[in-house]
Design a protein around this ligand. Structure first.
Ligand SMILES: Cc1cc2nc3c(=O)[nH]c(=O)nc-3n(C[C@H](O)[C@H](O)[C@H](O)COP(=O)(O)O)c2cc1C
Length: 136
């Protein structure tokens, strides 16, 4: 992630959630290395036989949203349907959503690069990070 300009994560839907594997990976990555993702655009995609895609996408997008990452979107929520790759290839709407998402991610990366070259700095961090304790 130190070397990357952006991040795309994908997951099958397991019990209306992202898979355990990607959840464990992203928990550990964002806890230990999330600082390397700050200000880099992120996109999440979900693949399911039938249902639970929006819940899985909500879960995945939350890693980006706690890390100051611009969330890249498409013309619908980023999902495809099918039980196997052959099924997914027949999901024409899902495939179009992915193509539009890819173009939007490329555009966002180019805009950020153009901004850097034009001298627009990344937003300065505040000196002290506040942590409210609701019990005291
Ligand atoms: C443990 C498990 C739970 C699943 N839960 C869902 C689900 O909630 N909704 C759904 O549409 N598909 C569900 N599926 C189907 C997967 O999203 C996927 O379409 C299918 O497993 C094919 O991907 P795979 O080859 O990676 O397993 C589940 C599959 C597994 C293995």
């Amino acid at each position: 992630m130190k070397e990357s300009d952006g991040l795309v994560v994908g997951s099958p839907v397991h019990y209306a959630s992202a898979s355990g594997a990607i959840t464990s990976f992203l928990d550990r990555f964002f806890y230990s290395g999330g600082r390397y993702a700050v200000h880099k655009p992120g996109a999440a995609v979900a693949s399911a036989r039938r249902a639970g895609t929006t819940a899985a996408l909500d879960q995945l997008n939350k890693y980006f949203m706690i890390s100051q990452m611009p969330v890249v979107s498409s013309q619908y929520w980023n999902m495809v349907h099918g039980s196997c790759p052959e099924d997914v290839r027949k999901d024409e709407e899902g495939l179009q959503i992915m193509r539009v998402l890819g173009r939007n991610m490329a555009w966002m990366l180019k805009c950020i690069e153009a901004g850097k070259n034009a001298g627009i700095p990344i937003p300065a961090a505040e000196e002290e990070k506040k942590r409210t304790n609701f019990i005291r």
